[in-house]
Ligand binder design. Structure first.
Ligand code: ADE
Length: 245
């Protein structure tokens, strides 16, 4: 299966509903990763679980690209909210992504910038973003926003040392894979979008909220991604890969 959309989630709870509702056409095992070739509402696509964090996300994304040469990459999952406008269950569609924990300031690079490059902000595909924003999810709002990514489950948005996430970096939500996917997709000149439902507010009760609810709210990202796929099926679009700033 080549040239279809590819979907990646980090955890079982982020991809289980796709597998429950899809027709599984084929599956391919690579180490611990299973790549599923599926048909969802008549739209062929490939889906897999990467595992949590930037390293696994990047590794699996590149392997998926090498195996399936997808038309675009869609990440589906949950995130902690940084923007006070966001409530649990609301969905953030990535305008762009930054790795918040890459820090070469000692060498003169702005925080978030890939060292020895000027790459910091990775812009999502505008058409995928607009298809996502045109979708609906019952009882919840959709926002276009900035996704911050790092290898920490974040539980202290109020702490001064991390105020930069909201001030300097202008983050709307925080998670652990999106910018890694963005870097790999961009290197491969592939369009991408990150679709994240708020599972917690990245604060003192984040761990409790996340554990209680992540498997339920992940369904909102699924609802949005299904609507993107159905649009791509009915009117195949010319997706453009944006170069990062
Ligand atoms: N994913 C969901 N909630 C998160 C948080 N608070 N920090 C990092 N990743 C998350």
């Amino acid at each position: 299966m080549k040239n279809t959309p590819a979907i990646i989630g980090a955890m079982d709870s982020e991809i289980s509903m796709y597998l429950e509702h899809a027709r599984i056409i084929n599956q391919h095992q690579w180490n611990k990763i299973t790549f599923y070739e599926i048909e969802l509402d008549g739209q062929p696509c490939v889906i897999c679980k990467s595992g949590v964090g930037k390293v696994l996300a990047a590794m699996v994304c590149q392997k998926l690209i090498d195996l399936y040469e997808p038309s675009c990459i869609i990440f589906t999952g949950v995130a902690g909210a940084l923007n006070d406008k966001l409530d649990i269950g609301d969905v953030i569609i990535s305008k762009d992504c930054i790795q918040h924990d890459i820090d070469g300031r000692a060498l003169g690079f702005e925080r978030g910038t890939l060292l020895f490059s000027n790459q910091k902000i990775f812009t999502a595909d505008k058409k995928l973003v607009s298809l996502a924003l045109a979708a609906k999810v019952d009882g919840h709002k959709l926002y276009e926003g900035r996704v911050l990514t790092g290898d920490q489950f974040f539980t202290h948005s109020d702490i001064e040392s991390h105020a930069y996430l909201k001030t300097e970096m202008q983050g709307d939500c925080i998670e652990m894979e999106g910018a890694a996917i963005a870097v790999v997709a961009s290197e491969n000149k592939l369009p991408f979008v990150i679709v994240r439902t708020v599972s917690d507010k990245a604060d003192g009760s984040a761990a409790e909220d996340f554990n209680r609810i992540h498997h339920l709210v992940a369904g909102n990202s699924y609802a949005i991604v299904k609507q993107i796929l159905s649009q791509l099926k009915t009117e195949p679009v010319d997706l453009q890969c944006e170069l990062s700033e």
